[in-house]
Design a protein around this ligand. Structure first.
Ligand code: PLP
Length: 620
């Protein structure tokens, strides 16, 4: 029989969680499929529906037999009838098991990135998540056994939830890997919940290994959750099973599921499962071929068309896990906007993708911190929809890359009044001290040498007698402090802004007409040096004296050929004039010495009144 997986079936107006989106949006997030389930299942459900009476249901032998038959014929593993317990879903079974087998505050280990709802099942039951992050290298995930053993050996660790095969990255764990997990869990007295809901959605030719089939150790320490729901797209029918070979454990799980009232089927749950496992083979095999082709198409498209994204090779699931770190969104870019301080990188990308193109995918950070450079995309939809999704992904990621690009790769900062107040503040204070002491005031240029060295060394250089130095320093300090200038943080938030700008991708450079050695000293003094690529000031010996000469020197030194790559940020009109000579734009800061009007008149592209506003302007 030929199945038409290309058919577009509208799910709007069916109360679909996935499709509750705006017109024009394309949901490729939650893990259900946009295909009708197998005709054999539909026929069985229709017959059950036609009967018309939907009272309480029992779990008949046919239900047990269908699970046993399926696992034996498809996965080569003989489940025993007595191991099986009906449950309304895999997550209800997991949550119930966590509740039953742990006491509050105990640890449950999960291997992240992993299905996000595991976090809920753990946290909602008062336990702690211990993330045994998977190792990601060359587009592949592996288990970190050293870290796993460290976490399992914690006396507070009671449970581990294994995802086999793995959602979101689609790894099928090998027999050796599973044996190792079983051995370590048994050694440390940890029970394993093996969630095998994705086990039938393997690539054609690939087979999964049931955890309990590996050896007796794995069998005795585990509870396995299985279901036809993901495979046959019948998740809304609430039908699953747990298989518990260990008799004592089974008694406890049976009690747990019954106490939580999740062990009784609705009127369609058994019919659907039995039809799926007894008659679903041809449909499922055709589906797997179709999904494999969707995956092949999507991966090739991404590799060919989207330079910043890398699809992770998967062996199972219809989920595509895409590494989007190459788009270049940094944490600073994601969090830098007002009100977005808590946003993750992948959340930023997913939000922007949806806003710009309507494509709705899952942000990787939902699956644990290890997932933050990824997106998860559901490929279980007609090929034309996958094509549409990929086109939107390409367009959206390109727009995001453009959006987060710094407005100017290079920021040339003036120093005094823009990054610090020190120079002007110090020279004014020194002038005041000379005046108060009744001494001739040295020329303004020379007073700049007060910046940097201790005052007790500077005053004698200008003829202050040794016994008068303390007095000069005292007068200086009174004046300086009266201005409210704080020696360590010249403007609140300036260091933080510089750090963010640097993380955002900007190259920060000081271009000042203050003496070069002083400029370097000031930057170090105020703790700003680490954020700057270069600090260049006036150096008469090499012919750099004016702001214009400093800028010219910097352009040459950094190989900047296009002046549009630079913006000069300053608080005085002469910054704008110096920059204009080289075709460089300027941003004026009115929190320094110049006024807003002066700066506007000097032809700046923008004038900002606060440090926060400057950051907001450059990181918008
Ligand atoms: C790994 C995993 N477990 C469980 C579920 C949900 O199972 P259920 O609907 O039976 O609660 C999903 C759904 O995406 C899943 O991916």
């Amino acid at each position: 029989m030929v199945y038409d997986f290309d058919e577009i079936i509208s799910r709007r107006g069916t109360d679909s969680l996935k499709w509750d989106v705006k017109e024009g949006e394309l949901p490729m997030w939650v893990a259900d499929m946009d295909f009708k389930t197998a005709p054999e299942i539909r026929e069985a459900l229709a017959a059950r529906f036609e009967h018309g009476i939907f009272g309480y249901s029992d779990v008949p032998d046919a239900w047990y037999d269908s699970y046993i038959y399926w696992w034996k014929t498809r996965h080569g593993f003989e489940l025993q009838k007595e191991w099986l317990i009906f449950c309304t879903g895999v997550i209800p079974a997991i949550s119930s098991t966590v509740r039953k087998l742990t006491t509050p505050n105990e640890n449950v280990v999960i291997q992240t990135p992993v299905y996000n709802i595991f976090f809920n099942s753990i946290i909602n039951n008062g336990c702690r998540v211990l993330e045994n992050a998977l190792l990601y290298h060359d587009g592949r995930y592996d288990m970190d056994f050293e870290d796993l053993e460290a976490k399992l050996s914690d006396p507070q660790t009671t449970l581990m939830i294994l995802c086999n095969p793995q959602n979101p990255a689609g790894r099928i764990w090998t027999r050796e890997e599973l044996a190792r997990v079983g051995e370590l869990c048994a050694k440390h007295g940890v029970t394993v919940i093996s969630d095998e809901i994705h086990c039938d959605l393997t690539l054609p030719g690939k087979e999964y290994i049931p955890f309990a089939s590996v050896n007796d150790t794995c069998r005795q320490c585990s509870i396995t959750c299985i279901a036809p729901t993901k495979t046959f797209n019948i998740a809304g029918l609430n039908t699953a099973a747990v298989s518990v070979p260990n008799e004592h454990l089974r008694d406890r799980i049976r009690r747990a599921l019954n106490t939580d009232e999740v062990a009784e089927p609705n009127a369609f749950a058994v019919t659907a499962a039995v039809a799926a496992f007894t008659k679903g083979t041809p449909w499922l095999d055709a589906l797997r071929e179709y999904l494999a082709e969707n995956r092949r198409f999507a991966c090739e498209y991404i590799r060919r068309e989207i330079p910043g994204a890398i699809p992770v090779e998967a062996e199972a699931t219809y989920l595509l896990w895409v590494d989007v770190s190459g788009i270049g969104v940094t944490e600073a870019a994601a969090k830098g906007r007002p009100g977005c301080e808590k946003r993750t990188v992948s959340e930023f990308i997913a939000n922007e993708l949806r806003r710009i193109t309507g494509l709705f995918v899952c942000e990787g950070s939902e699956y644990g911190t290890a997932g933050d450079r990824f997106l998860r995309i559901n490929l279980a939809c007609p090929r034309s929809v996958v094509e549409d999704g990929m086109e939107r992904l390409k367009r959206g990621l390109a727009a995001i890359a453009e959006e987060i690009k710094p407005m100017y790769p290079y920021l040339f900062f003036d120093l005094d009044g823009t990054l610090t107040e020190s120079g002007e503040g110090i020279t004014n204070a020194a002038r005041y001290a000379f005046e108060q002491m009744g001494m001739p005031v040295p020329p303004h240029e020379e007073l700049f040498s007060f910046v940097g060295p201790p005052l007790s060394e500077s005053f004698p250089k200008f003829g202050v007698a040794p016994d008068k130095v303390d007095e000069a320093v005292r007068i200086f300090r009174v004046y300086y402090d009266k201005q409210g200038w704080c020696e360590n943080v010249p403007y609140p938030g300036i260091a933080d802004m510089c750090r963010r700008l640097q993380a955002y991708g900007y190259k920060l450079i000081v271009a000042t007409s203050k003496r070069h050695t002083q400029a370097v000293r000031i930057m170090e003094h105020f703790g700003l040096a680490p954020y700057f690529t270069d600090v260049i000031g006036n150096d008469e010996e090499s012919g750099r004296k004016t702001k214009s000469q400093v800028i010219e020197y910097l352009l040459k030194k950094h190989g900047i050929t296009d002046p549009k790559d630079v913006v000069m940020i300053g608080d005085r009109c002469y910054d704008a004039e110096g920059a204009a000579k080289h075709g460089i734009a300027t941003i004026g800061v009115s929190y320094g010495y110049g006024t807003r009007e002066e700066l506007e008149d000097a032809g700046t592209v923008a004038v900002v009144d606060t440090v926060a506003e400057l950051g907001g302007y450059l990181m918008k």
